[in-house]
Design a protein around this ligand. Structure first.
Ligand code: SF4
Length: 211
């Protein structure tokens, strides 16, 4: 895909949604970190449902630590992999309280050292809580980047590196959310809704649908 087309795609996604953000509900970097940790293999809707009760009961690392692993489990039982997620959330709270005064560190290295926090989660927190131009490639971004040819790659790391290289600076902070939302609602996995896609004329996908 050439530079000009890429620029047009990103401009159009921006014009359509100038201030995008995550659909996860949170009120602090700590709550965002926990929400992202809980969201692996779960939907944002399912996570929000659980955190609407969990966060009022334990809004900070200190209060969540006080719940204990079983206490956390009680709130997140409806989410897949809740046993290991409760363990990771508890251990993460412990580290935050003991080493960071209960705050979320604004550092990739420190974030990735937390239990259950990988590169993707760190990217989301750095981007969404701290405004870093990081791009967390999930299944939606991977699919949209490959179908459109915006940033094709054989795996999520390749797509992340390609996006970081080809996305102009002015779009870097928000591109992650535009592509996720586009993949979640328009360029859906089974049958993309090309007929109602705002970048249809620019997309280079070979098997477009008329839906
Ligand atoms: S035209 Fe179709 S394949 Fe291309 S981005 Fe839009 S929905 Fe996805």
């Amino acid at each position: 895909m050439n530079k000009d087309k890429r620029y047009q795609i990103l401009s159009r996604l921006r014009d359509n949604n100038p201030n995008p953000t995550t659909e996860l509900e949170y009120e602090s970097p700590f709550q965002l970190l926990i929400a992202v940790l809980l969201s692996a293999q779960a939907t944002d809707v399912g996570v929000n449902k659980a955190t609407r009760k969990l966060f009022p009961a334990a809004p900070t690392a200190e209060t969540m630590l006080a719940l204990g692993v079983d206490g956390i489990k009680d709130y997140i039982k409806t989410i897949g992999l809740f046993n290991s997620k409760a363990e990771n959330a508890y251990k993460t709270c412990k580290i935050l309280v003991e080493q960071y005064n209960g705050e979320v560190p604004e550092s990739r290295e420190a974030l990735e050292a937390l239990p259950g926090v990988g590169r993707k989660t760190a990217n989301v927190v750095l981007n969404t809580a701290f405004g870093w131009p990081t791009i967390a490639v999930d299944t939606h971004i991977y699919r949209v980047s490959n179908r459109t040819k915006l940033a094709p790659g054989k795996n999520v790391n390749e797509v992340e590196q390609k996006l970081l290289k080809v996305v102009p600076k002015e779009f870097k902070v928000d591109v992650h959310h535009w592509l996720i939302l586009h993949g979640r609602y328009t360029c859906v996995a089974r049958k993309p809704r090309c007929g109602s896609c705002i970048i249809e004329d620019l997309c280079e996908f070979k098997d477009k649908t008329s839906d």
